[in-house]
Design a protein around this ligand. Structure first.
Ligand code: SAH
Length: 229
């Protein structure tokens, strides 16, 4: 009798875990279709990565049930994980190739880094808040993303040891585009970054062509500010 009871409890636990995963999967599928594809992101590789990476794993437990809503969410320390559509749009704009070397500024939860790591072999990410850097590093390691290097530091300086980068993605808004980051962009490289003061930011795509930088404004956005150390 007791064995039966234990068996039943194990069954119930396993079942609820599976049910939650299935539910999150269907929510994620809806997120990709309704929030991302419908707004015009069409790169199959980007859509597949957004479907694969479990956003709820990167979201703190108190807001986990909101993981797949059309919104940024708090991740602690006054910071946020970006809205799914913005993550997808920025990833599509970056036009990642498998052998690209990618730098992200603003690791936050580590979610965007995981998306980047699904598409490119080498991802470097810098976070200025030590607790967030440590938490993301631990989580990404648990998830076996051994192609991501996390560093605690000031993203304004870039990561000169590994420059140049084919892609630089900035996920906090600087008032103006940091010179050091432009320097660390490879020839043919793409930089995707919000820029501007709070309330007046725009998402910008920069492409380095024959040493010159071609810039394009994409859409108005709202990001947390990129702070100086
Ligand atoms: N990409 C993140 C969301 C980032 S929110 C994700 O997927 O969850 C922006 C992050 O940029 C915050 O964690 C903030 O602490 C960090 N940040 C702000 N200024 C920075 C700087 N100068 N260097 C590195 N990180 C910075």
């Amino acid at each position: 009798m007791r064995y039966l009871l234990i068996l039943f409890i194990i069954f119930a636990i396993v079942n609820s875990v599976i049910a939650e995963d299935v539910d999150f999967f269907s929510q994620r599928k809806m997120m990709v279709e309704q929030q991302i594809q419908k707004r015009g992101v069409s790169d199959k590789k980007v859509l597949d990565a957004m479907l694969k990476v479990e956003r709820h794993v990167f979201v703190p437990s108190d807001v986990r049930n909101l993981s797949y809503i059309d919104s940024p969410l708090p991740i602690g320390k006054g910071q946020t994980i970006s809205q799914p559509y913005i993550v997808a749009l920025m990833t599509e704009l970056a036009d990642l190739k498998v052998d690209d070397r990618v730098l992200e500024i603003g690791t936050g939860s580590g979610y965007q880094a995981a998306i980047l790591a699904e598409l490119s072999e080498e991802v470097y990410t810098i976070e200025i808040i030590p607790e967030l850097a440590k938490r993301a590093e631990k989580l990404l390691k648990e998830l076996a993303y051994d192609n991501i290097k996390v560093r605690e530091g000031d993203g304004y300086l870039g990561w000169p040891e590994y420059a140049p980068f084919d892609v630089i993605m900035v996920t906090a808004a600087p008032p103006a585009i940091p010179e050091k980051l432009i320097e660390q962009l490879a020839e043919g490289g793409r930089m995707v970054t919000p820029v501007g003061e709070a309330g007046n930011q725009v998402l910008r795509l920069l492409i380095k062509k024959q040493g010159d930088v071609v810039e394009e404004n994409i859409i108005p956005v709202r990001f947390v500010p990129m702070v100086h150390e």
